[in-house]
Design a protein. Structure first.
Length: 539
């Protein structure tokens, strides 16, 4: 027991000393990246949906009013020939082209064709001689109603010959507008339409010429109405019926259910902020927003919603999301390619390139945020959160106090624990050493040692007795030289070994009927062995 106690204390002391040396060898400082500045990009999409009138959200759709019936065609205006003194005409000419030209100049003249008697050739009189004009112009001229021109149809002809100066040279054109004063004696009828237009194409240049003729009728002083000027009435189209003012359209914001078929328009915004735990300067950004319409793994098409623009500091940009146009384009592509899919994806992507200066170095990063949805479903749901953040930092490598935990303790704590354990186990070792040295048991006598060894070796066949059975008449005693021989005999006879302790000796014997096998262990060596008892025959 003392030896075992000493062994255990020694092992514990050695282990504690090893723990002390191990904890002392742990580093006081370790190399680690240290954050000098922490920052964060923050982006957030938001939108406002304007809905079409609907029975679900209101206002209820209004039926348009029935169209007005088509008015009858305009009638010709009629004037009595005998009361007409003259016609005053105004002709307005316009030259319109898609591409700018260097210069447009015109030659213009006006004539009247006057009918004569039967078999005579009509007479052409000049109302406006050849006149040079530039660009759009207006000319005035008159036709006096004398007796020789007051009967028959009168034709008014206006001729315009434009010259168009271009970088590759001049282009020559022509424009003619005719107008007939129909004679229905005793009246003259004038057609209600006095406008004409013509489009010409020269390969590189497309242009249009327009002419509008207006007139006034001057009556003679002797007419029943006196010297009066008659102006044709202006044609005013009938007014269309107006609907009662509609209530303002219904709008919904982010987080509410969106039905694509009810969407009129979506006005979206993207807001960006840059936050830092230390001072920064010179923050500038470039932001661009694109939309990607795609059939995943088959095709995709990109659209620019916001081209790259420069910003300073925190900013907000606005852009439309035309769901109806995307749906129309999607249907066109699907019809064009013939490749149908279960669903199509629309992704809105914002890219922000931010640059800033700090006391610890520059920041030059790109922040991306996407917002995607699946088209073709009954409702519009965004797959991502409207708000997103992206952290960042500027770091450097340095030495810091060792923060690691050992056995759940800090470095100083585990060192103190190992030193305290070594001290406790050292005291335990001293205690076990003192016990081992001072309380050493007395040395056993050889007789006791032999008995102890016999007990350990043959304890299963030894039986301790106070007294041995008395010797029987004619009993034979066989003395053996060792306990091992006696045990062998007991095993052969299947008998126990009786053990009796007497002063100065231990007696071991096996009794088998009239035979006693015996071995005696003496405390002191015997000079001569005890003579064997005589056998029966000898007696």
């Amino acid at each position: 027991m003392r030896r075992r106690l000493l062994t255990v204390s020694t092992v514990l002391l050695l282990l504690s000393l090893a723990g002390v040396f191990t904890t002392r060898a742990l580093p006081n400082e370790i190399e680690q990246e240290v954050s000098l500045l922490d920052y964060e990009h923050q982006g957030e999409f938001d939108y406002l949906v304007t809905l079409k009138p609907s029975y679900l959200f209101g206002p209820e759709p209004q039926e348009p009013p029935p169209p007005l019936p088509e008015p009858p065609p305009l009638s010709s205006l009629k004037y009595p020939v005998e009361f007409i003194d003259r016609f005053n005409f105004t002709f307005a000419y316009q030259f319109v082209t898609e591409k700018p030209v260097m210069k447009v100049s015109e030659e213009v003249k006006a004539t009247a064709i006057i009918p004569k008697g039967a078999g005579e050739k009509p007479e052409e009189i000049t109302l406006v001689p050849v006149t040079l004009k530039t660009g759009n112009f207006t000319i005035d001229f008159s036709l006096v109603m004398s007796e020789n021109i007051s009967s028959g149809d009168i034709t008014i002809n206006i001729y315009v010959y434009p010259t168009i100066q271009t970088e590759k040279g001049p282009i020559f054109g022509s424009f003619t507008q005719s107008w007939v004063l129909q004679s229905e004696a005793p009246l003259i009828e004038i057609a209600p339409t006095l406008e004409s237009s013509r489009i010409d194409h020269t390969g590189e240049l497309i242009y249009e010429q327009r002419g509008v003729l207006d007139y006034q009728v001057l009556l003679k002083p002797g007419s029943p109405f006196g010297a009066t000027t008659l102006v044709p009435p202006k044609v005013v189209p009938p007014a269309q019926p107006t609907l009662p003012p509609s209530p303002p359209p219904k709008t919904i914001g982010s987080g509410e259910v969106i039905f694509p078929k009810l969407v009129d328009k979506i006005d979206a915004t993207f807001h960006y902020e840059f936050k830092s735990d230390k001072r920064i300067s010179g923050l500038s950004e470039e932001v661009g927003i694109t939309a990607v319409l795609e059939n995943p793994k088959v095709w995709s098409k990109s659209f620019v919603l916001v081209p790259l623009t420069k910003q300073q500091g925190d900013f907000t940009v606005s852009f439309p999301i035309d769901i109806n146009e995307f749906a129309r384009l999607l249907e066109a592509i699907r019809t064009e390619t013939g490749a149908a899919a279960e669903s199509y994806t629309l992704t809105i992507r914002a890219d922000v390139h931010a640059v800033a200066q700090t006391d610890f170095g520059p920041i030059n990063e790109t922040f991306n945020q996407t917002l995607s949805t699946t088209l073709g479903e009954g409702t519009l749901k965004w797959n991502e959160e409207l708000k997103n953040t992206q952290p960042g930092s500027i770091k450097e490598t340095g030495l810091i106090p060792n923060p690691n935990k050992y056995l759940g303790l800090s470095l100083s704590g585990v060192r103190s624990l190992s030193a305290a354990a070594a001290g406790v186990f050292f005291l335990f070792f001293l205690f076990s050493l003192v016990v081992f040295v001072r309380f050493k048991p007395l040395e056993l006598f050889p007789l006791e040692k032999e008995a102890l060894l016999a007990r350990k070796k043959h304890g299963d066949v030894l039986i301790d007795v106070e007294e041995l059975p008395e010797a029987k008449d004619r009993e034979v005693v066989i003395v053996l030289d060792s306990l091992d021989e006696l045990v062998k005999a007991a095993d052969a006879l299947m008998k126990p070994v009786l053990h009796k302790v007497e002063p100065e000796k231990h007696i071991y014997c096996v009794i088998d009927g009239a035979t006693r096998y015996q071995y005696v262990s003496w405390a002191k060596p015997q000079v001569s062995q005890q003579p064997k008892p005589p056998l029966a025959d000898e007696t």
